[in-house]
Design a protein. Sequence first.
Length: 427
Amino acid sequence: MQIHVVRQGESIYSIAQAYNINANQIISSNVLQAPNDLVIGQALVIPITGRYHWVQPGESLYSIGRMFRVSPQEIADANNLSIDQPLREGLRLYIPPSPKRAGQFNAYVEPRGSAVSETLVEETRVAAPNLTYLSPFSYRVLRDGKLTAPLLDDFPTIASDSGNVLVMVVTNLENDGFSGELASVLLNNEGLQDTLFNNITETARRIGFRDIHFDFENLKANDRNAYTSFLRRAKARFSKEGWQVSIALAPKTSAAQKGVWYEAHDYKAQGAVVDWVLIMTYEWGYSGGPAQAVSPIGPVRRVLTYAISEIPARKIMMGQNLYGYDWTLPFVQGSVAKAVSPQQAIALARQNNVDIKYDYTAQAPFFKYTDADGQQHEVWFEDARSIQAKFNLVKELDLRGVSYWKLGLSFPQNWLLLQDNFTVTKI
């Protein structure tokens, strides 16, 4: 699979000719909305076996082989070269496909309002074959241990048809915010916990959930040990049913990290209890903050490097956003950026006739534009390059896989590259 970045003067037809494939293959693979009006800087996935690489100064077959996880001899053989032959700068090399690594993948799906949109259902159907787990968000804990259910619509059937583990996501959301007070009441009352566990068990048996996933956030610092004890009790209870128990954890870089989102999340102790963990490695750039990459590779790497020092790597899923944000400039505290899908971001760049740039430090695409009212905007989102950088990190750190927040925002290139990099494990 090749990633191609559109340059000035290129068309879908000239790009197809360069890779000796039909233009319609590129159009359908990338779900191009305006194939005859490509955006300069737009990243396309070219559906070919293997990929091409243009030699950079100082590179050798050995360094290129390490980069693509292919032996230098394989590259030499594929290009009729001697293994020790010096490489000319700019030489185009064919890189044979590297072996795929098995991985597990989860995605949250969050119905909003009084009905599930057909767009959300369709996006879930498209994604489900690429998933190990499907996680409707969320069952909200009430103060008496009962649960408020999300809209499930066709999600259990989609999960069953695609061989997904259906995940029961349980949260401490109250009045549309994560409530530390609600969680504290629960975490310090074993009788209330038993009521909750009974309600979870009845629901999971009836609907067919096979993983109980706790996303408890904004916890009080002094409830750290209580949360660990709660998870131990949950694990003991639900293991008897043959179900997994998993958790979402805030993105920390040390055990001593301060802040209401971090202190009660104990990577070492809580990671030891559960079957797998999701590290929420996104939202550096968030709707209520200044414009920046949502999940810049440097901070993501630092969080995951700390995580694998406390939790076995094969228990860890890297959190990955399927969205970006459109900020109005200048940023004003209290303003809210608009969420956009990668497809919507490209359409915005096209409509406003601006090029897409790429920040190689953050490994993320971005652009600026001025709207019809003269207001300047800055957009950061995800593309094929940024997601490939994250997949490389998952393989480098030998993680369990990736968990996506959230389905419903179209990003077809993600699924193509997932298939190219991994074999999805079904349980």
